[in-house]
Design a binder for this molecule. Sequence first.
Ligand code: ZN
Length: 315
Amino acid sequence: MAVPAESNRLRKAVRTATKVQCLPGPLARKIRIGQYVVPTKASFGWLCRRPSKADIKPYEAAFRALVQKPAQASPFLYKIMRGHMWDLRFLALQTLVSVVLRYATRMGGQLPQRLQSKAGWPRNLVVGLVSLGWVQRGTWSFYHEALNLTLKFQTEGEPLPSHKEASHWIRESWRWWLYGLFASADRRENRNNPGWLPEYDEMRVQRCRKLHFDAHSLAFVTGASVSPAAYFQMKASKNPSLGPDDVPPCPFCGLAAPEATFVHVAWECPRNGKPQHVVPTDPLEKRLRWPTASGDACLRWLAHVRGVVLGSRRA
Ligand SMILES: [Zn+2]
């Protein structure tokens, strides 16, 4: 159970998120305001206890509503692209790490030998870091194998990591962990092509996060692709007697909905009008349009296709 002060702060944060959602004006502005005022309220004070699932649920629901996350988007990719402000456990861990680092700096790198203790902030620190893939390598020292990073809160003479460095590493390990959750999620793209996702690549993620997103492109990079086939499957799961012609076909060539997959409408349809220079270089670009080294031609193309497919449903 949360202590009353934490619960109160959380309740206030959720209320604030709802209020921001009701403000007039464009969505981007509401998100900007929300990110300033909501997380600071909610994330303060979790040093000795990790937020529980019950703490997290209403907070994340309020944030999802505020940012209007598309229903089919992966929550993990959405957090990677837009959401480090609405992961309460991540925010709490980041605060804890910076508090411990500040403490260690003040103590000249000498911390008590009680990291193994079963309660309180030392325990909370270990649980938080281990959950993001860090392995404890001795007292006050952690190693992240996939990212090849070492985080020490106690050193012999060497300087401690700066606040900025440590925050960056924690964020990276959090993104790496979310990417892994997406890779193993029970989703269509994973079921159809097991093992399609390349290894986590910090530069790739960074490039993608820096894109200027509109609603369609953000939906795409977070896995909310749309196709007549997916729409048909979704409808058919609710209504088994649905016929292939009851859902709009490929809007370009008229191929029946069950056959008109995302790959068909976006890449293979002979009549979709795709400019010749738009060619994806790998599966991440083909499915999610995460940019490689240059240009955003694929992203603009897929956003266009998405708009046409959605438009054909409304027609
Ligand atoms: Zn077609």
